[in-house]
Design a binder for this molecule. Structure first.
Ligand code: ACO
Length: 334
């Protein structure tokens, strides 16, 4: 069974309620039908029921088993506006402002997740990463013990030479342009959790990447990764983490043994934490394109309840797959 088939099977074993704010996107409506039929999630589409049903009819899509909630006519709007104003009280938000903001389905969806009317949200087929993330960061906020949300990719390599049987996790490739040492340590911890929950990696071994291995180069950028490794090691005692490693020292056993002889995991890392977003984003795209790896993500990690961001060029299958991942994350939260 492929990894994505395993994820779908896990989702189906305990389907969670996922809200989709982008019902004006035809791919989302098609995906809703497939998800409902396959039983991987309980689907809520946000929007006007007549518009959604007519779009579905035009595409020959049967929305049986799919719920529709209209943010503009739900009888919960007053309660929701009060709750949102309370959550954003420190920013001076009034109930009227909250009611106005809730006309944006991304805010409405994030609030549904916060208030347990949904277990997770999937969006981004029509909106940028920033527009999907902002309401989630403001309303759902981060998980206990985590202050930074980040984005991981599960990389499925064409051969089984690296990672666990060819499966690795890369982070942060999507969110934080220039994380601090503290934030990198948190990203390491969250990535190990993603490796277990989503990539089925039994023993995450986290390598903190740099252009230096164990002090071979001296630079402020290297010091940041050394500091992050120290924080992660001290703070998360059950986390298997080491660094700083160059990429080859992290994943090639012979290079790891020669450049970092005292390390238990050099050359064997299956989770790679990049020092900043430029390295992470470039790194995963190069491995995807040059090595022919399948890149599943970005999987957002560190949010108190799961939200995932689609690419605007996503396919219907991408939406179905990301939904199954979101369900597995929601299962893990519970
Ligand atoms: N983790 C947790 N909370 C965060 C984070 C984070 N990484 N970033 C911002 N926040 C919080 C802030 O504390 C703030 O909370 P508050 O309003 O309660 O005080 C709230 O989110 C909004 O923060 P801002 O700084 O005003 O939000 P900003 O407009 O900077 O957006 C965002 C944050 C969206 C994460 C931004 O950093 C961003 O756009 N990052 C890059 C995304 C990107 O373009 N990725 C590459 C493409 S994806 C790909 O190729 C796979």
């Amino acid at each position: 069974m492929s990894l994505i088939e395993q994820i779908k099977a896990k989702a189906k074993s305990n389907p969670q309620t996922i809200v989709f704010p982008e019902s004006n996107d035809e791919r989302t409506i098609k995906a809703a039908q497939i998800i409902a039929t396959e039983g991987t999630a309980k689907v809520i589409l946000l929007g006007n029921a007549d518009a959604i049903n007519s779009s579905a009819a035009n595409q020959g899509v049967n929305l049986e088993g799919v719920s529709i909630v209209d943010p503009n006519s739900t009888d919960k709007i007053q309660f929701y506006a009060e709750q949102l104003a309370e959550i954003r009280k420190s920013k001076g938000m009034t109930i009227d402002e909250a009611r106005e903001l809730l006309k944006n389905p991304l805010y409405f969806g994030a609030l549904m997740v916060k208030l347990n009317d949904a277990d997770g949200m999937v969006a981004g087929a029509m909106n940028t990463t920033g527009d999907v993330l902002r309401p989630s960061l403001q309303i759902i906020k981060t998980a206990p013990g985590i202050s930074v949300v980040s984005g991981a990719f599960v990389m499925i390599l064409p051969t089984k030479d690296y990672g666990q049987e060819g499966i690795m996790v890369f982070a942060d490739c999507a969110v934080n342009p220039n994380p601090s040492a503290e934030q990198l340590a948190e990203i390491a911890y969250a990535s190990a959790q993603t490796a277990k929950a989503i990539a089925n990696i039994d023993e995450p071994k986290v390598g903190m990447l740099s252009f230096s291995t164990k002090g071979s180069a001296k630079h402020d950028l290297v010091s940041k990764v050394q500091e992050a490794t120290k924080i992660a090691t001290e703070r998360y005692t059950d986390l298997v983490v080491d660094g700083e490693f160059q990429a080859d020292a992290a994943i090639v056993p012979k290079v790891g043994a020669s450049k970092a002889p005292g390390s238990d995991i050099a050359g064997k890392c299956n989770v790679l934490v990049f020092p900043d977003l430029q390295a992470g984003n470039i790194g995963y795209k190069l491995v995807q394109r040059l090595a022919g790896a399948e890149a599943i993500g970005p999987i957002l990690q560190g949010i108190a309840k799961p939200v995932n961001d689609l690419s605007r060029g996503c396919s219907v299958d991408d939406i179905v797959n990301v939904t199954a991942i979101t369900v597995c994350q929601a299962q893990a939260v519970k």
